[in-house]
Ligand binder design. Structure first.
Ligand SMILES: *[C@@H]1O[C@H](CO)[C@@H](O)[C@H](O)[C@H]1NC(C)=O
Ligand SMILES: *[C@@H]1O[C@H](CO)[C@@H](O)[C@H](O)[C@H]1NC(C)=O
Ligand SMILES: *[C@@H]1O[C@H](CO)[C@@H](O)[C@H](O)[C@H]1NC(C)=O
Ligand SMILES: *[C@@H]1O[C@H](CO)[C@@H](O)[C@H](O)[C@H]1NC(C)=O
Length: 400
């Protein structure tokens, strides 16, 4: 019985994947603003640490693609996360690296061979094919691939780069309220290379798009709960600039403490001081630190935690560390190669308020299985909803 069920599920999953492919080929994905009826969708959970789907479920699908985000939503993400960069013609896209080399097939096109450039990005000379040298149309002609060789390669070459607006539509069309967590990525570099009219800069365009889709309101306000969003950036000046444009909640990202920020003369060590927290809390609701900045590690063992979380909480700042990944090469030996032990430590010992993970499903299962909340029926509802959807898909597939 269990075996038969597994076989059906397995078959259903493949059909589901097939549908993702088909759904992906035609654009636009959805009619603009065809929303669910107001108030009929299950709300965002706000009582447990946020499950932030880092670049979508990129543990399974190529990062920042439509199927990666859809999968993350199915698996229980509270927020889908993305990096915003720009095309040459000023369209904001979802893409992590400033160059296309690592995660697309750009290298195979002869017509693009002469686009290779060397630019200085945050004090380092980088050579490659930069998104800012390609129009949106050209970017969309490329195909994305999995970043890490030890992850599933079968989707390489199947999906294209999506825009910031496509990404928003995915969240707005989800069957429950799903938040978005976009990063203003490399703003100094983007503003050097891409020019918009009317003296507008990258950050202005970023906020314009959020407003166009109705994102508004401060953290936990009624409007925010309808369309939750955290805006993230490593650049304090970008965050301060946009705080004049929107009261949406912002998160300051914090890298290794020895690294200088891209836009000020300060290192991240300086911007984790109490006096800095006192200043920046006027602009942000939290910080997003690299997890080794919170708990340092040596020889793949974690050491005594710093007081970063305690001090951030004392300033009423949330802490959302990055990045939790299931593979053994990312899990410190203290956790016995068990990602659940790692989640347990960060949630119950360190007390973080959100986690960026490549494996949304695992974090969701961990929270579901360890939560005592009696009213938490969301997981079950979602699971049976997914099964129903799969059954429908299987049936429609069979009747063709
Ligand atoms: C980058 O390369 C340019 C040209 O060769 C050079 O002038 C500049 O100093 C380099 N920058 C860095 C950070 O190495
Ligand atoms: C924000 O707006 C105020 C009033 O318009 C202006 O004085 C200030 O310079 C602005 N701040 C930033 C960071 O743009
Ligand atoms: C960085 O430091 C230099 C030299 O001390 C100063 O001229 C410059 O204004 C500083 N830049 C910023 C963004 O603070
Ligand atoms: C959530 O937990 C409940 C109770 O332990 C379980 O029945 C349900 O299947 C779980 N749902 C998911 C999606 O894991």
């Amino acid at each position: 019985m269990a075996k038969a069920m597994a076989a059906v599920l397995c078959f259903a999953f493949h059909v589901l994947v097939l549908f993702l492919f088909v759904g992906c080929a035609a654009r636009p994905f959805y009619p603009l603003h065809s929303r669910f009826l107001e108030g009929t969708r299950q709300p965002l959970q706000t009582t447990r640490p946020y499950n932030i789907a880092h670049r979508g479920s990129n543990g399974e699908f190529p990062e920042e693609t439509l199927p990666a985000y859809k999968r993350a939503i199915e698996e229980g993400a509270d927020f889908i996360e993305t990096d915003i960069l720009s095309s040459k013609d000023g369209v904001l896209i979802c893409f992590h690296d400033v160059t296309l080399d690592e995660t697309t097939d750009v290298g195979k096109y002869r017509k693009f061979a002469n686009r290779k450039r060397t630019y200085e990005v945050q004090g380092v000379n980088i050579t490659g094919f930069f998104t800012v040298d390609f129009t949106l149309k050209e970017l969309q002609s490329l195909r994305v691939k999995q970043r890490f060789p030890y992850r599933d390669q079968q989707y390489n070459g199947k999906f294209s780069i999506i825009t910031f607006e496509d990404f928003i539509e995915i969240a707005l069309q989800a069957p429950r309220v799903v938040g978005i967590y976009p990063e203003i990525k490399n703003p100094v570099f983007i503003n050097q290379r891409v020019k918009w009219g009317d003296g507008k800069r990258f950050e202005d365009k970023f906020v314009e798009i959020l407003k166009k889709y109705g994102y508004q309101g401060s953290y936990l306000s009624k409007n925010w709960l309808k369309q939750p969003v955290f805006i993230q950036s490593f650049a304090p000046t970008s965050i301060i600039h946009i705080s004049n444009l929107t009261d949406l909640p912002k998160i300051l990202l914090i890298d290794d403490t020895t690294i200088p920020t891209q836009d000020t003369n300060q290192t991240y060590w300086e911007i984790t001081s109490d006096s800095y927290f006192e200043y920046i809390k006027n602009y942000v609701v939290g910080i997003g630190p690299w997890k080794d900045t919170v708990v340092p590690a040596v020889n793949n063992y974690i050491l005594t935690p710093t007081d970063l979380v305690t001090r951030a909480h004392a300033h009423n700042l949330q802490v959302h560390p990055y990045t939790y990944r299931n593979e053994y090469n990312f899990i410190h030996f203290n956790f016995h190669q068990d990602p659940y032990e790692e989640f347990d430590y960060w949630i119950n010992t360190i007390g973080v308020d959100g986690l960026f993970t490549d494996f949304t499903g695992s974090l969701h299962h961990f929270k579901n299985w360890t939560s005592n909340l009696p009213s938490d029926d969301s997981g079950e509802q979602r699971a049976s909803g997914l099964l129903q959807k799969i059954t429908l898909m299987v049936n429609s597939y069979r009747s063709r």
